[in-house]
Design a protein around this ligand. Structure first.
Ligand SMILES: Nc1nc2c(ncn2[C@@H]2O[C@H](COP(=O)(O)OP(=O)(O)OP(=O)(O)O)[C@@H](O)[C@H]2O)c(=O)[nH]1
Ligand SMILES: [Mg+2]
Ligand SMILES: [Zn+2]
Length: 294
């Protein structure tokens, strides 16, 4: 007899699976099985034993991957409905990281929102960048986990579907998860007893928010980028650059130094924020380096 459960967290040689009301530590039936946080998996109890095993991974609707330093794709979470990128006035935002996350989600047609935490510290320092993202139609939610500001409205936004929460270390992702899902701390405590617990800080975790809603607290990886096979597509993630690119002389213009480039013209006349253009160039160069290094 096997049942289907959701992977709350995955480790090298096992996974924590939501099995009815309990979270169950499971081994993996085969070496090739690679369950990811958010996966639906078939699992069963071994005969005459408390041990449980993941048999198979159900087909995924999508998977969010990042590339590691060597350019290899590494899955972060599966079956995601929404990407929530978190920033705060402190630590100072890495906007390049925000742009890469947004591009990765756009490529996969996953809705993206920006959550701006620590409203109690004041938003002046980052207001200009926030203004630009709002102009690009990226929904921005200003909150403060510490005071509760904006949390009710955010709760309504996250009331259905699975949200993957990403962002730099220290922006407040886990604070938000604890504010939205009060039982999250209990699940955390349980995980620390896992034999492979040393991996938990680098592992995404799935928490239920409501009957039809969940949130995944992801580790604050700095080198996140969409996988290289999505390189051309990633350009589409920079919506304003993609739109302006329709006016370039060459249809395969990279918008670096080609003549008749409408994107660089738009940057010069202020229609495209130079910082966003710089993000685009950095991502493109990163891919070229990775391709050259193979
Ligand atoms: N002033 C202020 N501090 C906050 C707020 N929300 C969270 N913090 C603080 O920010 C710090 C980091 O919060 P975490 O929730 O651990 O950050 P994180 O994004 O989960 O970090 P990693 O797990 O390392 O990726 C903590 O000291 C929190 O108390 C807020 O609204 N205002
Ligand atoms: Mg955290
Ligand atoms: Zn161009």
């Amino acid at each position: 007899m096997s049942s289907v459960g959701i992977v709350l967290a995955s480790y090298g040689r096992g996974a924590l699976v939501q099995a009815g009301a309990v979270a169950l530590r499971c081994g993996l039936a085969g070496r090739k099985l690679r369950p990811v946080c958010g996966d639906r998996v078939r699992w069963h109890h071994l005969p005459n034993s408390h041990a449980a095993t993941v048999e198979s991974v159900e087909p995924r609707r999508n998977v969010i991957e990042r590339i590691d330093a060597r350019g290899r794709a590494e899955p972060v979470a599966a079956n995601v409905d929404r990407l929530a990128i978190m920033v705060a006035p402190e630590p100072a935002p890495d906007w390049f990281l925000v742009d890469r996350y947004w591009a990765a989600a756009s490529v996969k047609d996953i809705a993206t929102i920006l959550i701006v935490d620590k409203g109690d510290l004041g938003m002046q320092r980052i207001e200009a960048d926030l203004h630009n993202y709002r102009k690009l139609a990226l929904p921005c939610h200003e909150i403060a986990c510490r005071t509760g500001l904006g949390l009710d409205e955010l709760r309504r936004t996250l009331a259905d579907g699975v949200t993957l929460l990403v962002g730099q270390s220290g922006v407040g992702k886990s604070s938000l998860v604890n504010a939205l899902a009060p039982e999250a701390a209990a699940q955390t405590a349980e995980l620390t007893r896992d034999t492979e617990g040393r991996h938990t800080t680098t592992t995404a975790r799935w928490y239920r928010l409501a009957e039809a809603a969940a949130i995944i607290d992801a580790p604050g990886v700095r080198d996140f980028a969409p996988p290289a096979h999505l390189m051309r597509a990633a350009e589409r993630g920079f919506c304003e650059i993609h739109a302006a690119g329709a006016g370039c002389r060459f249809h395969d213009c990279r918008h670096f130094d080609e003549p008749g480039c409408a994107v660089r013209a738009a940057v010069r006349n202020g229609q495209i924020a130079p910082r966003r253009y710089e993000s685009y160039r950095r991502l493109t160069r990163l891919y070229e380096q990775l391709a050259g290094g193979r």
